[in-house]
Design a protein around this ligand. Structure first.
Ligand SMILES: NC(=O)C1=CN([C@@H]2O[C@H](COP(=O)(O)OP(=O)(O)OC[C@H]3O[C@@H](n4cnc5c(N)ncnc54)[C@H](O)[C@@H]3O)[C@@H](O)[C@H]2O)C=CC1
Ligand SMILES: O=C([O-])CC(=O)C(=O)O
Length: 309
């Protein structure tokens, strides 16, 4: 299996490193526009192989897309990250152009690839890759839900003093402040979280999760990369190993949840064809209202993208 990671910055290099270390793909192409950066990071990852005992090969490239030819999966991380005081939406003008040009080049050499978008604003950049590539919605998806859910699970593990492995949860909606955590679908070793924690504490964790990306931007002056890189690699793994994992993934809705023509995070089955199935939960009135609020926000930012065209 051949996987290309576009953007050899913090998220892209972390993702490539995990793909190699866990031997998720045997050939990994790391490509960036900045001369030498992808080559250097790929070489560094390869020099770690004798220590960590893997034989997946990472190759770094500057802007030569012919080297990405026939990739099975492509992860797009190229673009600006936000700085303190910015929203993800503030990145739209710069990143839309970058995602568009990268997608055009990727698709000309790998017309059958499955594309996983990471660049922000996530839902709208995934839409950008979809309209540029003209690939079916099942093959152009965005990474956000695994990361947002992981943050929620990590905060719950801290609060309950239990292993994060035992926390199962699902989170829906756009990748932003309007994301929709679902306590009704959160369990700890099979026990509903609402039986283990009072509502105030759970609400505080939900609020922290919604602003989890911003918390890290404030601390570091740029956005996160370890968990995002890992979450993107987990999506690649589900596809290349046809694992049929159930993950929240950003996908274009075509009538599911009563929502049409909008990219939004929902639970899906992820396998060799990309999205094998969109899972429709029976949301209650309050949950549906939150999801619609999130949809409205994403549609508003999508309309900005349409004006930029
Ligand atoms: N979906 C999510 O949950 C997350 C999304 N992000 C987003 O991912 C993106 C990348 O973040 P970082 O890796 O931290 O940024 P970074 O600045 O460390 O890396 C971005 C890389 O993209 C490269 N690049 C820019 N234009 C390019 C082009 N046309 N072709 C190829 N490479 C190009 C840059 O040279 C740079 O190396 C940002 O937009 C950020 O907001 C970050 C974390 C989580
Ligand atoms: O917060 C950001 O800008 C990056 C991101 O999407 C995240 O870490 O959730």
């Amino acid at each position: 299996m051949k996987v290309t990671v576009v953007g050899a910055g913090n998220v892209g290099a972390t993702c490539a490193d995990i793909l190699a270390y866990r031997e998720i793909a045997n050939e990994i192409i790391l490509i960036d526009i900045k001369e030498g950066v992808a080559e250097g990071k790929a070489l560094d990852i390869w020099q770690k192989a004798p220590v960590d005992l893997y034989d997946s090969k990472t190759i770094g490239v500057t802007s030569d897309y012919s080297k990405t030819a026939n990739s099975d999966v492509v992860v797009i991380t190229s673009g600006l990250p936000r700085k303190p005081g910015m929203t993800r939406d503030d990145l739209i003008e710069t990143n839309a152009g970058i995602v568009k040009s990268v997608t055009e080049q990727i698709i000309s050499f790998s017309p059958n690839a499955i594309i996983i978008v990471v660049s922000n604003p996530l839902d709208v950049m995934t839409y950008q890759a979809h309209i540029t590539s003209k690939l079916p919605r099942t093959k152009v998806i965005g990474m956000a839900g695994i990361l947002d859910t992981a943050r929620y699970r990590a905060f719950l593990a801290d609060e309950l003093n239990v292993s994060p492995k035992d926390i199962q949860a699902i989170l829906m909606g756009g990748h932003g402040d309007t994301m929709v955590p679902l306590p009704r679908y959160t369990t700890v070793g099979g026990i509903p979280v609402t039986e283990l924690m009072d509502a105030d504490k759970l609400d505080a964790i939900i609020e922290r999760t919604k602003f989890g990306g911003g918390e890290l931007v404030k601390l570091m002056g740029t956005s996160a990369w370890y968990a995002p890189g890992s979450a993107a690699a987990q999506m690649v793994e589900a596809i290349v190993r046809d694992q049929r994992r159930v993950f929240p993934v950003c996908v274009k809705l075509e009538g599911e949840y009563g929502i049409d023509e909008c990219y939004l995070g929902v639970p899906v089955i992820l396998g060799k064809n990309g999205v094998e199935k969109v899972i429709e939960l029976d949301l209650n009135k309050d949950e549906m209202a939150l999801l619609n609020e999130s949809r409205d926000h994403v549609l508003e930012v999508m309309s900005v993208l349409d004006r930029l065209k």
